[in-house]
Design a protein around this ligand. Structure first.
Ligand SMILES: [Zn+2]
Length: 376
């Protein structure tokens, strides 16, 4: 496999991020200080956020210095990269984004690095009033770049940091990486089962959707379901509606990451609606990966009007130059605050929390806004 294509396939028609603003959801609408107070104070839910994709640029630069590696990754080569944090997450096209994600994964080499990643994620999440999150981690990618990493110890160090927080709760979903194939998927499913009850609540499916379709992973997902794990899958992002159908029918996915290409087949839209399979929509990511066309408005409104259940998230926020607050702001700008609040309530409904916890979160979201915690 190519380590630079593990996350998804190349985008359809993506060129550079500067053209991404020509839609109803202009990505990167502003920094946190530009966020409307009503958005800032709204409780937020992460259901589609990759922990590795939240690495702060300053921390990334520091880790690359410590390990004597470049901030740029090119397969089979050694290339120097920028050392100014404001430049390291700047890329001209989607292939360069993939290289950046690879470089980030390479720089996270030890359990301590992941503990720091989790600690910094939590501080940022609290500052944005995130109250609950189910976060993806990709241990098969960690091991690809750092074969000696102790995966169990790393996950436990992440969970310890996530559990230390007050005012928010977090759980982990272990992402299977399609590119590593069926055997690796089964190892990942076993890892998730080993750590169920220790902060891991499910498995996901990411990677090159176009070249590694869902049927390859049926056995691993059946094992995960039999172990009582929740199962979700990225689909309908880099491949079409059939990929969404397979994720639901073959893998038993309870939620679909992105899923917007379900729109290409009315029968798959019916399937999602009839089986109440929700979509995790990340607008900026969808534009930057080419899953959504930059020439047209994001199909969020269309998916919502079709009766699908939708949650909003940020995918790989620091790498995409966005945040969950900015994604919420984009949605509120286009569809209004009431629609955004409805999506946040839907995120609670489709989370893997129990009924009592869901009820408490619904009450919190409906209550009078409170200012977010100050960032330490
Ligand atoms: Zn994702």
């Amino acid at each position: 496999m190519s380590p630079t294509s593990y996350r998804t396939a190349p985008p359809r028609g993506a060129t550079d991020r500067d053209t991404a603003g020509s839609t109803a959801f202009p990505p990167n609408v502003g920094k946190m200080h530009d966020i409307d107070p009503a958005i800032a104070s709204l409780p937020k839910i992460h259901l589609h956020c990759h922990l590795e994709g939240t690495l702060q640029a300053e921390t990334f630069v520091e880790l690359t210095r410590r390990y004597g590696i470049s901030t740029r990754y090119v397969p089979g080569g050694d290339v120097s990269g920028p050392t100014d944090p404001s430049d390291v997450y700047r890329f001209e096209n989607f292939q360069e984004f993939l290289f950046t994600f690879a470089a980030v994964s390479r720089a996270l080499a030890r359990p301590d690095d992941y503990a720091r990643l989790a600690r910094e994620f939590v501080a940022d999440a609290l500052a944005q009033n995130v109250v609950y999150g189910e976060l993806f981690i990709s241990p098969s990618v960690w091991s690809y770049f750092n074969p000696n990493i102790d995966v169990h110890a790393t996950i436990r160090s992440i969970v310890a940091e996530l559990n230390a927080v007050h005012g928010a709760a977090f759980a982990l979903i272990v992402d299977v990486t399609r590119n590593f194939g069926a055997e690796s998927a089964m190892r990942t499913a076993r890892l998730a089962a080993d750590l169920a009850g220790e902060g891991v609540i499910g498995i996901g499916l990411g990677g090159d959707e176009a070249r590694y379709p869902a049927p390859l992973f049926g056995e691993a997902f059946a094992f995960a379901r039999a172990q009582g794990l929740n199962v979700v899958a990225h689909a309908g992002e880099a491949a079409g509606a059939q990929s969404v159908r397979d994720a639901v029918e073959i893998l038993g996915a309870q939620r679909i990451g992105h899923g917007i290409r379900a729109l290409e087949d009315p029968a798959v839209m019916d399937l999602l609606r009839d089986r109440l399979v929700p979509l995790e929509i990340c607008p900026t990511s969808n534009f930057l990966t080419g899953a959504a066309s930059r020439e047209r408005p994001h199909p969020l409104r269309e998916l919502d009007a079709a009766g699908l259940v939708i949650a909003i998230d940020a995918d790989d926020p620091t790498l995409f130059g966005t945040s969950i607050s900015q994604e919420y702001a984009c949605v509120a700008q286009d569809m209004g605050m009431d629609a955004l609040r409805r999506f946040v309530h839907q995120a609670v409904d489709i989370s893997f929390l129990d009924g009592i916890a869901k009820q408490a979160l619904h009450g919190h979201i409906s209550a009078e806004p409170t200012p977010p915690l100050a960032k330490s």
